[in-house]
Design a protein around this ligand. Structure first.
Ligand code: ADP
Ligand code: MG
Length: 447
């Protein structure tokens, strides 16, 4: 491959990725080596190498394929001599960027969201540990640990908690010493710093704060160069005993393609999980959110919604908004029927779960009881059996804990639910009639 081919390939790459990105990333590269099997493109540092590998390997290969039918391996390598050549151009590029609208811009800082204050955060069994640990790290004069890693599924309140901590620190006049950001924004700022000669200022900012709160740390997955910079920040703060709270969608060990060093740092502090809220907490969250609306929600509607929407708080909020909108449109008071009607779409959706109530309906239909019979403690053999089938199917088909299921059936202990389920397992093996009935119920529930 000669220089002419490379020049033409560069034009092809520019077409593919756009002039702005091309100027930003490819100007500071040079062809190190190329043959029929592979091409090595020299870049100034490890970070740029990782970034370009991830984004530009494909366009480079495609452009070369167009120019000379080449189909080999594309590699970016750190070539120390690229950087000095680039300095002058970098300054020019920076001047360009500041002139042209939409060019490289400093990423925006996240905003404080008053609806995500700590006062608005409902604490329950699902998030108690994370909440206590987070407030200790930020507000205890001498907390038992300085670093906290919070993890949990989407919509469970991680961002809310971090935002709340940030706001409270600000209220205490510590906003100058606390930074809240997301791993993505942090990364963008880092890139901006590199491309605009602001690396020293960037490092100073992040390595001298007292409180660092970083959300969505899973964004760092498979970004090796960024992880390295992040590790330095982390170590600098850690060695100065500064407070760090991180949030992510998975446990540090489950973060794929994150370097062992970084995972070890994450594990070296406190690690706390936020779980999906249980029934009672869902009820309390709904009540809290309802305070902000001017609508009156009867307790039975709140319980109906908390029973239906079990996956996460974001969906719970969505359900509330839907019901309020529906009531306003119809100009009717909020009742269980109205809530059921307005949520029908939501709970029927592709991710809908069967609720205990659905199971109960189906079980009483199959065994010929009335709905009010079931939750009572009347202990006829047939009723007991129906109740056990309900619990068994609730364990299998809903995401409810034994604790929640027990409470639903008249405050039974969770061990009672567990042993009922075990007995049911046993019975189903020896009673084909019962097994058929259970199968029919499952089918009617669409499972
Ligand atoms: P995550 O970051 O875990 O995906 P968010 O913090 O964005 O979740 O929460 C989703 C929504 O649910 C937000 O509007 C938030 O205010 C609300 N929320 C989550 N947990 C709670 C809680 N414990 N109390 C009150 N609101 C909550
Ligand atoms: Mg979040």
């Amino acid at each position: 491959m000669n220089d002419d081919i490379w020049t033409r390939a560069l034009a092809g790459i520019k077409d593919r990725i756009g002039r702005q990105k091309f100027d930003l990333w490819f100007r500071r590269t040079r062809l190190v080596e190329a043959n029929s099997q592979s091409i090595r493109i020299g870049v100034p540092n490890l970070f740029i190498k990782g970034w370009m590998e991830e984004r530009f390997s494909e366009p480079v290969r495609d452009a070369l394929r167009d120019v000379c039918d080449w189909d080999g391996q594309v590699a970016f390598v750190v070539a120390k001599d690229v950087f000095p050549d680039v300095r002058g151009e970098q300054l020019a590029a920076r001047a360009d960027a500041s002139k042209s609208v939409g060019a490289v811009q400093a990423p925006r800082e996240p905003k404080m969201n008053p609806r995500m204050s700590l006062d608005e955060f409902v604490v329950g069994g699902c998030n108690q540990l994370a909440y206590a640990a987070a407030t200790d790290v930020c507000f205890q004069p001498e907390p038992p640990f300085n670093r906290l890693f919070i993890y949990g599924g989407v919509g469970l309140g991680k961002t809310h908690l971090l935002n709340g901590l940030w706001q409270k620190l600000a209220c205490q006049g510590l906003d100058g010493e606390a930074v809240f950001t997301t791993a993505e924004k942090w990364t963008n700022q880092y890139i901006y710093a590199i491309t605009s000669n602001g690396l020293a200022a960037f490092r100073k900012k992040y390595r001298t704060v007292k409180f660092l709160l970083i959300d969505d740390v899973h964004f760092l997955k498979s970004k090796k160069g960024i992880q390295e910079e992040f590790l330095h920040t982390f170590d600098a703060l850690d060695s100065a005993n500064k407070r760090i709270v991180l949030a992510s969608d998975s446990h540090p060990r489950d973060l794929e393609e994150v370097t062992a060093n970084l995972i070890n740092r994450f594990l070296s502090g406190m690690v706390a999980k936020i779980e999906a809220p249980d029934f009672q907490t869902r009820v309390r969250i709904l009540r809290k959110k309802i305070e902000r609306t001017r609508h009156r929600f009867p307790q039975e509607v709140i319980e109906f919604m908390a029973d239906r929407i079990t996956s996460n708080v974001r969906e719970l909020e969505g359900a509330l908004t839907t019901v309020v909108a529906y009531a306003s449109l119809k100009r009717t008071p909020i009742t269980v029927d109205l809530a059921a009607e307005s949520l029908a779409e939501m709970v029927k959706g592709p991710h809908s779960l069967v609720t205990i109530r659905d199971i109960e309906d189906e079980v009483v239909r199959t065994f010929g009881f009335s709905r009010s019979d079931l939750p009572t403690r009347r202990r006829t053999w047939a009723l007991c059996r129906a109740r056990h089938v309900c619990m068994y199917l609730a364990r299998e088909l809903t995401h409810q804990s034994c604790h929640d299921i027990g409470r639903y059936f008249g405050d039974l202990k969770h061990t009672t639910v567990l042993s009922a389920c075990k007995k049911m397992d046993e019975r189903l093996r020896h009673d084909p009639g019962l097994a058929r009935a259970v199968e029919r119920i499952r089918k009617n529930l669409g499972q």
